[in-house]
Ligand binder design. Structure first.
Ligand code: CP
Length: 318
């Protein structure tokens, strides 16, 4: 594997899941794989899980992990070609990229979308620029459009909790929020579930106006009625996102989309998923989050093994 910025094909996902489950049993099995190698983790936005799990994963493989909060501690970065830099940006990625490439063997970055300029956000400029100007493998820690390390952890969690021999029904269910959030997590989850279409029946439910970009919705079954979508679900992934068509907007929603125990009257065996952080009693009720039906802690724990599988795969290709 060269870069990890989107869903790979189904066979590669299978390999990554197997590798992650192996590391879950034997975290230090490859403790010498990354010896003498350095991973740089650049954050333009806050993080708890992604930052810590990736750092732990790299350390389990013997790497030195260095974190830079680029938004607070670095120079304000310019990525535009031919820009006259007489404004707020101080350093061009064309100059910083080779420097980072000389310091690190693998580079990771988190860079959220603006949610104001769809065309610009869809370019995923920071990731593309780092790939172009560092010459090193790049791992997405959540980009302007996707969150593949989260989706790998989600796929691992579904694999662990699935009943052998039964194709699970997986429902991505929109949830309310107090402010507009990116589409990265649902885009990414949908992308991975669509690649794994032989293993899961994938359904998306959301109020009208919250359609995902067609390339990510893919072949998922879209059901606007939440109750109908949830019937007989084995996994319900709860997540808010803002409108893609009316980019970054929060179209008015008439009914109550918060997931509660009563929402699951026709899905008695459903496992509840969320990537965290979650707004309790806005997106998901306490009753569900604190119940044994929640596999949210499992998803978060699996972030370590997902990151370790990805880093190991890249290290083996260096
Ligand atoms: N789920 C997730 O990416 O968590 P953080 O934003 O805390 O990293």
């Amino acid at each position: 594997m060269k870069h990890f910025i989107a869903a790979p094909d189904a066979s590669e996902i299978d390999r990554l899941i197997s590798s992650a489950l192996y590391y879950k049993q034997s975290p230090r099995a490859d403790k010498l794989l990354g010896e003498g190698k350095r991973i740089g983790m650049l954050f333009m936005n806050p993080s708890l899980r992604t930052r810590l799990s990736t750092q732990i994963a790299a350390q389990n493989l013997g790497m030195d992990a260095i974190v830079l909060n680029l938004d607070k501690d670095g120079w304000k970065m310019e990525t535009g070609d031919g820009v006259v830099m007489n404004g707020s940006t101080v350093e061009h990625i064309k100059d910083a990229g080779p420097v980072l490439g000389s310091y690190f063997d693998i580079i990771c970055v988190r860079s959220f979308p603006s949610l104001t300029d769809k065309e610009e956000d869809e370019k995923d400029t920071m990731i593309r620029s780092l790939i172009r100007h560092t010459g090193k493998p790049v791992i997405s820690l959540e980009s302007t459009t996707l969150h593949p390390l989260q989706s790998l952890a989600d796929a691992i969690s579904i694999r662990e909790k699935s009943v052998p021999g039964r194709k699970p029904k997986v429902v991505l269910s929109w949830a309310p929020h107090i402010k507009p959030l990116p589409q990265c997590v649902p885009n990414s989850f949908a992308q991975w579930m669509n690649v794994l279409h032989r293993d899961v029946d994938f359904v998306i439910t959301h109020p009208e106006g919250y359609e995902l970009a067609p390339e990510y919705q893919g072949n998922a079954t879209l059901v606007y009625d939440q109750q109908e979508a949830l019937a007989d679900a084995d996994f319900v992934y709860v997540k808010n996102w803002s409108s893609y068509n009316d980019y970054g907007a929060m179209p008015a929603v008439q009914s109550d989309w918060q997931l509660r125990a009563s929402s699951l009257a026709h899905a008695p065996a459903a496992h509840i998923m969320h990537c965290l952080p979650v707004r309790r009693n806005v997106e998901l009720s306490d009753e569900l989050l604190d119940s044994p039906r929640s596999i949210v802690p499992l998803q978060a724990a699996n972030r370590v093994w997902a990151a370790q599988a990805v880093i190991a795969s890249i290290l083996k290709s260096l």
